[in-house]
Design a protein around this ligand. Structure first.
Ligand code: SF4
Length: 222
C-alpha cells in the first residue's frame, strides 16, 4: 500500500486558492513525495502575479534549496541575462520548477550535495503545484527550460532538440491533464541555463537560448 509520502502533492494544494502566496504557504508543508525529507525547504515559484510568461526548470539547486528561492544561483543569473538579451521584461516572467524540492546525493564526506535528476514518479507527484501556479497566473507562454520540464509536460518521448525553435500550441498534458486545461497558452521548449554553464561552447548555447526566448518576446508583442 502506498504510504502518505508517495501519494503526490494534490492533497496539499488548497481546493480554491486565491493567490500565489496562499499556494506558497501550503507548498511549504508538502509531504507529497519523499523529497522533502532531505531538502532544506520547498522552493516555490517566484515572480509577479500578472506575469505573462512562466519559465519552468527542473528542480531547485543547492543554492536555491538553502535560500528558498528559484533561479538565484549561477544558472539563474545566466537566465536573467538571457531574458534581458531577448528583450523580455523581467516583470513579465515568473520562474518555477516542475519539482519543488532539491534532490541530491551527499558526497562521502557529507560536504557537498550532488544534484540528482528527479525521476518520473517524483515529477508526477509534484505537478499539482505547477498546475496550481498556472491556474493563478494564466500565462500566455510557458517556457520549458530543459528536458525534464518538457517531459513533465509532454511525456517521456519529448525532447528539446525536436521541439525547440517554434512556439507550440498548448498540447494535451501527458500527466494529470485535468489539472492543465487548455487556456490558449503556447509552449516553448529550450535548454536549461545550466546546460550553457556546463558547455564547452558556452557562447553558441547561450545564443541559442536567447534566440528561443526572442520567440516569446515576439509573441507577446504580437
Ligand atoms: S517534491 Fe513536490 S510533491 Fe515532493 S514533497 Fe516536495 S513539493 Fe511535495
Amino acid at each position: 500500500m502506498a504510504t502518505k509520502t508517495e501519494q503526490g502533492a494534490q492533497e496539499y494544494v488548497p481546493a480554491e486558492p486565491h493567490s500565489l502566496d496562499e499556494l506558497r504557504r501550503a507548498a511549504a508543508g508538502c509531504r507529497g513525495c519523499h523529497l522533502y525529507r532531505d531538502a532544506t525547504q520547498t522552493v516555490f515559484g517566484a515572480g509577479p502575479e500578472h506575469a505573462r510568461v512562466v519559465l519552468i526548470g527542473e528542480q531547485p539547486g543547492d543554492i536555491e534549496d538553502r535560500r528558498g528561492a528559484p533561479f538565484v544561483g549561477p544558472a539563474g543569473k545566466l537566465l536573467d541575462r538571457a531574458i534581458a538579451d531577448a528583450g523580455l521584461a523581467r516583470a513579465d516572467a515568473y520562474v518555477t520548477n516542475v519539482v519543488k524540492h532539491f534532490k541530491f546525493k551527499a558526497t562521502a564526506t557529507g560536504k557537498r550535495r550532488i544534484h540528482q535528476n528527479p525521476n518520473r514518479t517524483e515529477i508526477v507527484a509534484c505537478l499539482p503545484w505547477l498546475a496550481a501556479e498556472l491556474s493563478m497566473l494564466h500565462p500566455q507562454v510557458l517556457v520549458a527550460l530543459g528536458g525534464t520540464a518538457l517531459k513533465g509536460l509532454l511525456g517521456p518521448s519529448a525532447t528539446v532538440a525536436a521541439s525547440r525553435g517554434v512556439l507550440l500550441p498548448w498540447p494535451q498534458a501527458a500527466y494529470q491533464p485535468e489539472l492543465f486545461p487548455d487556456e490558449g497558452a503556447r509552449l516553448l521548449a529550450t535548454i536549461h541555463p545550466s546546460a550553457v554553464l556546463r558547455a564547452v561552447d558556452r557562447d553558441a548555447l547561450y545564443d541559442g537560448l536567447v534566440a528561443d526566448l526572442r520567440l516569446v518576446t515576439s509573441a507577446l508583442a504580437g
